[in-house]
Each structure stands twice: as structure tokens, then as C-alpha cells.
Design a protein around this ligand. Structure first.
Ligand SMILES: Cc1cc2nc3c(=O)[nH]c(=O)nc-3n(C[C@H](O)[C@H](O)[C@H](O)COP(=O)(O)O)c2cc1C
Length: 201
């Protein structure tokens, strides 16, 4: 059975433009794959992923038999996020741009899924990602226009991070110019929807 994991990173929860585009893609995917299991994880709304701090990182690097109850809970939460990724064949990420970067909660999510010995391993040849064989679609929503320019701080960063944990098959779909004018918003969303239709064909 195919499993699709939809990760929403909008502070506006399901109503964010990135979440809506992701959902439309997922609806088209589900129509083509009625047997697919769909799992949704909101990292920024509801119960946002907490920022990594010394206590949380300390839990990751403490040996299991030496962890306190609080440290076990921290690791169990990280394990849950990682298990969702492991189970997924297809990952759909709604990616808003906030203040020239990814949502801070998405960074916090990345900080909870980058675990040495779990999602990547250090080898003589450098780090090797462990989450292989997955396909990722990213729906990037932006007020301005950045794709293909040096101001796009998101595309390389997210691509590099995913590669680090072993995920290399990554496709970006952009909805840009959403805050420039009503016409620009309409055009940006129409372009992204056309991409969804193409991917669903
Ligand atoms: C706090 C905040 C900061 C933003 N910063 C940027 C920015 O730096 N560049 C940009 O192009 N758009 C920016 N925007 C516009 C968002 O990218 C746009 O509203 C997009 O739809 C956000 O995705 P979402 O609707 O899924 O939350 C910002 C929006 C908010 C709310």
C-alpha cells in the first residue's frame, strides 16, 4: 500500500496557501490512488514542533539506558516524526516563505528529524542519509517573486537538507507573487494549479 505524508508548515494551518495547494495535489493523488493511506502532519499550527534546545538535543545524544523519563519523551516525539517519514512513499510539503526563510517551526521539525544513527550516518565518505526511496513534492507559497534568483533562500536549503537525510527525488512547485496584486496572486495560484493538473495527469 502506498502511504502519502502531507506536511503543512503554514502558521495559518489548513487555510494557508501552501497547505491548500498541497491539499489539492493530495486530493488528485488520492483520486488516482484510492488505496493510498494519507497522513497529515501540521508542524506550525495546532501543536507546533518545539524549538531544539540543549535539553532536547541532550536527550538525542544520551544513551537509551541512561535517559531520564523526560528525555525518553523527547526522543519518543522525535521517533514519531521520523517513523511518519519512514512509512511514507510520497511526501508532500506545504512551504510558506516568512521573512525570507522557511517557517521557524519547519526548521524546528528538521532539527527533530536530523538524528545521527537514525536518519543519517557518519561514514568514512561523510554523512549518508538513511531515508531513501521517497518522492517529495513541495508547494512553495510566496508573497514576492524569488524562484531562480539568489533571493530564493528556501529551495537550495530544503533540497540540501532532504538530501542529507537521503531524500533526493524532490520537485518544487511555486505559487509566487501572492502579495503583489490580486492579478499577480491569481496568476501565481493558476500557475501552481496547472502544475498540479500536469502532475496528476
Ligand atoms: C509573517 C510573514 C512574513 C512573510 N514574509 C515574506 C517574505 O519574506 N517574502 C515573501 O515573498 N512573502 C512573505 N510573506 C507572504 C507569504 O509568503 C504568503 O502569504 C504565503 O501565502 C504564505 O504561505 P501560507 O499562506 O501557506 O501561510 C510573509 C507572510 C507572513 C505572514
Amino acid at each position: 500500500m502506498t502511504t502519502l505524508l502531507q506536511i503543512n508548515a503554514s502558521i495559518n494551518d489548513d487555510s494557508g496557501q501552501s497547505s491548500q495547494l498541497a491539499r489539492q495535489f493530495v486530493a488528485a493523488f488520492a483520486a488516482r490512488n484510492p488505496e493510498a493511506k494519507i497522513v497529515v502532519r501540521n508542524v506550525a499550527a495546532g501543536e507546533p514542533v518545539p524549538h531544539l534546545n540543549a535539553e532536547r538535543f541532550g536527550a538525542f545524544v544520551t544513551k537509551p539506558e541512561e535517559r531520564s523519563a523526560a528525555q525518553h519523551a523527547v526522543v519518543a516525539y522525535s521517533d514519531t516524526l521520523i517513523d511518519e517519514l519512514k512509512q511514507a512513499d510520497v511526501i508532500v510539503l506545504g512551504l510558506p516563505m516568512y521573512n525570507f526563510g522557511v517557517p521557524s517551526q519547519l526548521k524546528a521539525y528538521f532539527d527533530h528529524i536530523a538524528r545521527a544513527g537514525v536518519t543519517f550516518k557518519y561514514t568514512d565518505q561523510g554523512p549518508v542519509g538513511q531515508l531513501t526511496g521517497k518522492k517529495v513534492y513541495i508547494f512553495a507559497a510566496r508573497g514576492g517573486l524569488y524562484a531562480g534568483t539568489p533571493l530564493d533562500t528556501q529551495t537550495n536549503y530544503v533540497r540540501d537538507f532532504l538530501r542529507f537525510i537521503g531524500i533526493t527525488d524532490v520537485e518544487f512547485i511555486y505559487a509566487e507573487g501572492l502579495a503583489i496584486s490580486p492579478q499577480s496572486k491569481e496568476a501565481g495560484l493558476a500557475k501552481a494549479l496547472a502544475e498540479i493538473a500536469r502532475l496528476a495527469a
